[in-house]
Structure formats: structure tokens, C-alpha cells
Design a protein around this ligand. Structure first.
Ligand code: SF4
Ligand code: SF4
Length: 160
């Protein structure tokens, strides 16, 4: 891809158009995994349980257009909050760009391949359970390490 087409490197983060903004998402769906927060320390813990609206086969939200109707507290990343959301993964394209970092080598925009996030094992595919398949009151039983989703990253590109 020519440099002029690498819009994410040449356009200020808060001036991306809606189509460009959507393309920054790598489709990992890691933000659809439930987290637990310690009441006293505010520390956030990751689980391998995902929202019921995640299409597990496609690794896509099945209600994306009106997801906030179904899940009012579903993430809404904006140029203003992208560098403050400490519970989204370090590899999230929005978080990286908001902090002045490059997109990783495995990002679909960099590879030109829509499937490269999955092929590099950075998505939640095959690593999660739907919230409908567990007793949600027992979420604590499904805590995983912070790097759970990226640990198996393959050779397409290492994490930044
Ligand atoms: S964590 Fe970021 S890159 Fe991954 S699906 Fe969510 S918004 Fe997209
Ligand atoms: S509503 Fe969609 S985008 Fe929001 S957490 Fe659920 S699956 Fe993810």
C-alpha cells in the first residue's frame, strides 16, 4: 500500500471520516469480553466470557447498528475517550493511534487482508464462551490473564 493510502498515518486521529474510523477496528472482539472491577482498588480483570450478541462464527457483533439498544453500556470509542479506556486491549487500533503508536503488522489495514486479525490469532475466536452458556453470577470463575487473547499470537506479526 502506498504511503498516501495509509490514511491512518497521514490523517489526524480526530479527523478520520466515518468509514476510516470503522476500519481502525481490527475486529478482534476483545472489547466484547466481560470484565470485572475490584470495588476497592478499581483494578480490572478480564474473563473469557463474551456478550451474547457476539456472533461466535463470524467474530462480529450481530446487532452492531443498534447495539446500544440491546446493550446500553456497550463500548462507544471516540477520539476523545480512546486513550482513557484502560480496559480495552493494548492492541486495539483506536488505543494505539490515540497514543501515537503504529498499527501492528497483523492489522487488516496493514496486511490488506480482512482475515489477518483472526489468522494471527489476535481475535477471540475459539477462546471464549458466550454469556448465555454460563451462570453469569459465576463470572468470577472465568477470569483469565490479561494477555489471554494475544498470548497465542502467530508469526504474522508480533504485538507492538
Ligand atoms: S478491542 Fe478495539 S480493535 Fe478490537 S474489536 Fe474492540 S474496538 Fe475493535
Ligand atoms: S453489543 Fe455487540 S459490540 Fe457490544 S459488547 Fe455485545 S457483541 Fe460486542
Amino acid at each position: 500500500m502506498s504511503n498516501e493510502n495509509r490514511f491512518w498515518e497521514n490523517t489526524p486521529f480526530d479527523e478520520l471520516n466515518p468509514k476510516q474510523w470503522e476500519q481502525i477496528c481490527d475486529g478482534c472482539a476483545q472489547c466484547c469480553a466481560h470484565k470485572l472491577q475490584d470495588d476497592e482498588t478499581d483494578e480490572i480483570f478480564l474473563t473469557n466470557i463474551v456478550c451474547q450478541h457476539l456472533d461466535m462464527k463470524k467474530c462480529q457483533c450481530s446487532v452492531y447498528g443498534n447495539r446500544h439498544v440491546h446493550v446500553p453500556d456497550c463500548i462507544k470509542i471516540t477520539p476523545e475517550n480512546a486513550n482513557r479506556l484502560n480496559w480495552i486491549p493494548d492492541t486495539c487500533g483506536y488505543r494505539l493511534l490515540a497514543n501515537g503508536k503504529p498499527l501492528p503488522e497483523w492489522h487488516p489495514l496493514v496486511t490488506g487482508e480482512q482475515e489477518s486479525t483472526h489468522l494471527s490469532n489476535m481475535s477471540v475466536t475459539g477462546k471464549v464462551i458466550s454469556e448465555t452458556d454460563i451462570d453469569i453470577d459465576e463470572l468470577e470463575d472465568y477470569l483469565v490473564e490479561d494477555d489471554y487473547f494475544s498470548r497465542l499470537c502467530s508469526s504474522i506479526g508480533a504485538q507492538d
